[in-house]
Design a protein around this ligand. Structure first.
Ligand code: ADP
Ligand code: MG
Length: 244
């Protein structure tokens, strides 16, 4: 589904990613771990098309298409999703209208009928329950005055509504209390399917106990320096990153 080859990118004259190789097959869950500043968010950003970082080498191939030429919207329509590490508030933009527009844009792209208001409302109310958000949230503006936990639940709500093929979660579990973490884990588990792949960026093995990764990669200074199975996350928990 996703094939990243020798990817290098820079922000200004600083090289941030220094030769990334990654191969994600349909249905696989990959975890990316690593110290702050190692380039995890930058990797998520270049896959989704944020233009802060310039690609200087290599390629990102998604379902046999080179993503380099595609805008973030085109990537989203093709099924790529990013849960932001720092979700942005958009006061005045209601989450229900926003999501309905996004979901229907995708349905139009896929040649499906748009959802009418009643059907959409029924669906969003079901998903709100899954992420343990009160149904009054349908009236709120995007992330406006949301607590940290509510922002991350809202990211998972978007994941559940948009039904992507490739979901990238950038520290969606950071700063959550145990209940919120369980909810997030439950949301991800619900979304798992043989066709849907996940790249989970995290510092904590806890989430990976709930959502078992097929592969764990350690990113250090812009390179994947070690890849392994779920046991790698446990070793990091015990030993930290020093030994890497
Ligand atoms: P991580 O997500 O692993 O903590 P990031 O990808 O956010 O790491 O950052 C990697 C490096 O890129 C850091 O040194 C960071 O300061 C730098 N960086 C990220 N965004 C910018 C930016 N907009 N301008 C300048 N440097 C940036
Ligand atoms: Mg980050």
């Amino acid at each position: 589904m996703l094939k990243i080859k020798e990817l290098k990118c820079s922000i200004g004259d600083k090289e941030i990613l220094r030769g990334i190789n990654l191969d994600v097959k349909p249905g696989e869950v990959h975890a990316i771990m690593g110290r702050n500043g190692s380039g995890k968010s930058t990797l998520a950003n270049v896959i989704t098309g944020k233009e802060t970082a310039q690609i200087t080498n290599g390629s990102i191939i998604y379902n046999n298409e080179d993503l380099n030429e595609k805008t973030p919207e085109e990537r989203s329509l093709r099924g790529i999703f990013l849960s932001f590490q720092y979700p942005v508030a958009i006061p005045g933009v209601n989450i229900t209208y926003f999501l309905k527009e996004a979901v229907n844009a995708k349905r139009r792209y896929l040649g499906k009928d748009e959802l009418d208001a009643a059907t959409f409302l029924r669906q969003i109310k079901e998903k709100l329950k899954l992420v343990d958000l009160d149904s009054s949230f349908i009236k709120r503006a995007i992330n406006d005055g949301f607590s940290g936990g509510e922002k991350k639940r809202n990211e998972i709500l978007q994941l559940l509504m948009l039904e992507p093929n490739l979901a990238i979660l950038d520290e969606t579990d950071s700063g959550l209390d145990i209940d919120a973490l369980n909810t997030i884990a439950h949301g991800i588990t619900t979304a798992k399917s043989p066709e849907r792949s996940f790249i989970i960026i995290t510092h904590y093995p806890r989430l990976l106990n709930y959502v078992k990764p097929d592969k764990v990669h350690i990113l250090l200074k812009g390179r994947i320096v070690k890849s392994g199975g779920p046991e790698l996350a446990q070793i990091l928990e015990e030993k930290g990153y020093g030994w890497v």
